[in-house]
Ligand binder design. Sequence first.
Ligand code: CTP
Ligand code: MG
Length: 225
Amino acid sequence: LRLAAVVPAAGIGSRMQSELPKQYLKLHGRTILEHSVAALRQAQPQLPLVIALAEHDRYFSQTSLVGCGGIQTVPGGKERADSVLAALQQLDVASYDWVLVHDAARPLLHVTDLKKLVTQCQQAGCGGILAAPVRDTMKRGGPQIEQTVDRHRLWHALTPQLFPLLPLKQALTAALAEGVTITDEASAMEWAGHPVLLVEGRSDNIKVTRPEDLALAAFYLETQR
Ligand code: CTP
Ligand code: MG
């Protein structure tokens, strides 16, 4: 399996309301980005990695990732999808067949989930994403309820997401050119007509998004491993 990985880490974390971009906030002495990268490389410590950084990032150079082998950085873009595509452009289709895309803001990825995703995608011969079943009763509407949406078969899309490199590059490029709203890699692949597998992952693989997520992430870090 000729596998590489891309980590979008070029966001500003507006919902976190912190001066420091959230991927550089620390959990147990290490930045969230360092946790996310370590989690992604658990199964394969030398996994080649491209990290997309904000144009004027002043923090990456202070992390332990600088001296690490197999890691390159690239300037990200305006939206997450632009950052992912910029990173994918660094990966040669002659060298890699598959690529994992994993948010810098998901430090709690468990190695069992990573292996499960890779195994199931290989068996199915198509791309796939980690996902968690929706728990709450789902409503559509506002301010009045229009409809209760059947929660059965509804999922939260998580990362990592795993796809064949060339089709993903092509799908993302085309979708962005067409102005399609792309919030994860799967949405670009779906739009391009590719099958995408849902692989049930752990619900503690949270994306650190709002201030209250930090305490939860710290708690999961202590209890999970
Ligand atoms: N990301 C990126 N490039 C962007 C926007 C987001 O690489 N232009 C990355 C973030 O750094 C993060 C991941 O995509 O690792 C998921 O995005 P999100 O959680 O939305 O992070 P932010 O966009 O930074 O946060 P917010 O939406 O609250 O501003
Ligand atoms: Mg965002």
